[in-house]
Design a protein around this ligand. Structure first.
Ligand SMILES: Nc1ncnc2c1ncn2[C@@H]1O[C@H](COP(=O)(O)OP(=O)(O)OP(=O)(O)O)[C@@H](O)[C@H]1O
Ligand SMILES: O=C(O)C1=C[C@@H](O)[C@@H](O)[C@H](O)C1
Ligand SMILES: [Mg+2]
Length: 176
């Protein structure tokens, strides 16, 4: 089974995902990075040329492709949960872990980053808050597991995710 990490921009999906993959001895795939490699264009450029709709279509195709491939830890883009088909694909082909973080942490980790086109607004902090409010129910609906993040390091969080996954696997096996 795959492990899909979902959550907001800045939640640490890429950072924690890489550490988790190493820990579990699984390949690591970052769908944002895979899209950049495939298109040869930064995410902001894909948004500029094709709009958010174009990016979302590419993201859905990439998620479907990855879910058919070998088992991996998959760090998704923050908006991967927006499409119902993506939520279904992830739940059907893996265990979905929501890396949940408070707005303060998300803002702190994204405010200096210029490669997040959705935050290119007059008031990016307010935009981030709106996006979080809109998506929170979708993250919760999609996740098998929720791991709350805060000041812990990526390595510590990867350990917590691994423990939560093990418990989930055992519970699933027992109830089968
Ligand atoms: N646990 C952590 N402690 C401190 N800094 C962190 C932690 N996790 C991530 N960061 C930092 O926060 C920033 C955003 O992290 P990351 O890129 O992993 O988030 P993401 O969830 O993949 O976001 P996106 O949806 O935009 O891809 C990076 O600079 C990263 O180094
Ligand atoms: O939260 C989002 O909608 C996004 C997050 C990033 O991972 C990228 O997928 C892109 O910048 C969009
Ligand atoms: Mg990422």
């Amino acid at each position: 089974m795959n492990i899909f990490l979902i959550g907001m921009m800045g939640a640490g999906k890429t950072t924690v995902g890489r550490a988790l993959a190493k820990r579990l001895g699984l390949p690591f795939i970052d769908t944002d990075r895979a899209l950049v490699e495939r298109t040869g264009a930064p995410i902001a450029t894909i948004f500029d040329l094709e709009g958010e709709g174009g990016f979302r279509r590419r993201e859905s195709a990439m998620l479907a492709e990855v879910s058919q491939g070998e088992d991996a830890v998959v760090a998704t883009g923050g908006g991967a949960v927006l499409a119902e088909e993506n939520r279904e694909v992830m739940r059907a082909h893996g265990t979905v872990v929501y890396l949940r973080a408070r707005l303060e942490f998300l803002w702190d980790r994204t405010k200096r980053d210029t490669n997040r086109p959705l935050l290119a607004t007059a008031d990016p902090r307010a935009t981030l808050a709106q996006i979080l409010e809109h998506r929170e129910p979708l993250y919760l609906a999609c996740a098998h597991l929720i791991v709350d993040t805060g000041t812990q390091s990526a390595a510590t969080l990867a350990g917590r995710v691994a423990t939560a996954l093990k418990r989930h696997e055992e519970a699933t096996r027992k109830s089968a």
